[in-house]
Design a protein around this ligand. Sequence first.
Ligand code: ADP
Length: 456
Amino acid sequence: MAAIDMNTLLVANRGEIALRIIRACRRLGLRVVCAHSEADRNAAYLRVADQAICIGPAPALKSYLNIPALMAAAEASGAGLIHPGYGFLSERPEFAGAVEAAGRVLVGPRSDVMRMMGDKVEAKRAMIATGVPCVPGPDSVLPDDPQAIRAFADEIGYPVILKAAGGGGGRGMRVVRSESELTDAFMVTRQEAQRFFGNPDIYMEKFLEKPRHVEIQIIADAHGNALWLGDRDCSMQRRHQKLIEEAPAPGIDRALIAEIGERCAASCREIGYVGAGTFEFLYEDGQFYFIEMNTRIQVEHPVTELVTGLDIVAMQIDVARGNPLTLTQDQVRTDGHAIECRINAEDPDSFAPSPGRITGVHLPGGPGVRVDTHVAPGSEISAHYDSMIGKIIAHGATRNEALARARSALDEAVIEGVLTNIPLHRQLLDEPGFAQGGVSIHHLEHWLKARSSTDA
Ligand code: ADP
C-alpha cells in the first residue's frame, strides 16, 4: 500500500470524461492514475495518464461500479484524490463515504450533502428553506391514506405528477390528469419506486405542460465562497436524455437568471456545499421551478466553459483540494453563445445502439469548435457502456454564429465503423423551431413523431 499522496488523482470513470479529467490534472500538474475495465484496456486515453490500473471485467457492476476495486486502485497508486466523473458512482453517497473513510478526498460534495441532495424530497425541502423556487406541491412524502392524497392533488390542481423520492434517470414518475386515476397511479408508482430504487417514498408536484429545462452551474469552495457560472438550456431531450445543450438559455430575461443564479449560490453557502454542481429547473411562463440538484460535473459543462472561458473541471479539483476560489462573482463574465451536440454510437433513425470497432475518424476543428472525445481509429465501442462517444461543441459571438459553426463542424465530422447520430444532429440544427430557440422539453419528441409519420 502506497502512502496517501494528495498530488495524485485517480479517475474512477471512462471514455470522454476520463480524458477530460486527465487533461485537467495535467494542467494542474497532478499525477493521474486512470482506472479501467478489461474492455477498455486498449483505450488510447490511458496512455496519457501516468498510470493505468485494471479494476475488473467489462460489466460495470464488476468494474466502474465496484467500490472495493476502486478503493484498492486508490491504495495501490497512493491516489489521495478520486474523481468520479458523471454517471457510474458519481452520485452514490456510499462511494463518497468509502473515500472519506479511507482518508482520501472525493472530487465532489461530502457524502452527507450528496445523500441529502439525492433524496428529492429532502433536496426540495432544503431548496424551499434557502429560498430557491420549487414546483408547487408538498415538501414531504405522501401518506398511504387515499383521501389525504386526494386532498393534496385538489390543493395543487390537476394535472399532477407522482415522483419517486429516490428516483433518477427519468424513471419512477407518473402524470395524473384526474382524480379517477389517482389511487391506481399512486400504487403503481410506489411499486416501481420500491423495485427500481429500493425506496417506496413518493411525492407529488404540479405537472407543468410545456416547460423548458434550464439549469444553473455552480462552484463552491470549502471557505464559504460560492459562484454561479451562468445558465444552460437542455430542453432538446428524448426520453429524458439530453441531446443538444446550449449556453446561455435563449430569450430569458437576464435579470431573472441572475436572481435565480444568486439564489443557487446562496443556497450552496447555506448548506455547506463544496464542489461543482447543477441546479436543474423547469422554466414556464417566466417562472423557474427547481426539480433537482446534480452533485457532480455534467456532460454539458463545456458549453459553460466556452462562454465563460473557465476550466470547470480544474476548478472542481482545486476546491476539492481545499483551495479557495480565486474569482469573485463579478469576474465571472459570459461571452457569446455555445451549443453542444452529444454524439452517440447509435442508429440515427431507430436509436438502436451501434457497438463495434471504429475504423476511421475525422474530427472537425477551426475557430470556435471544440471536440471532447476519446475515440480514435481502432477504438472499440463496447455494448457494456453508454452509447455516448463524444461531444461536438461550437462557440460564436451570437447564437446564430454558434449554430453556423456547429453545422459546419457536423458536416466535417466523419466516424466510420459504427453508426452515429451525426445525421440526426445535422437535421436538428436546421429545424426551424430549434433554430429559432426556446423550445419546450417535448419539442424533440414531437418532431421525431412527425418525422416518422412522414416517412411512413
Ligand atoms: P430524474 O432524476 O429521473 O431525471 P427529474 O426530477 O429531473 O428526474 O425529472 C426528469 C424529467 O421529468 C424532467 O426533465 C421533466 O422532463 C420531467 N418532469 C419532472 N417533474 C416535472 C413536473 N413537475 N412537470 C413536468 N415535467 C416534469
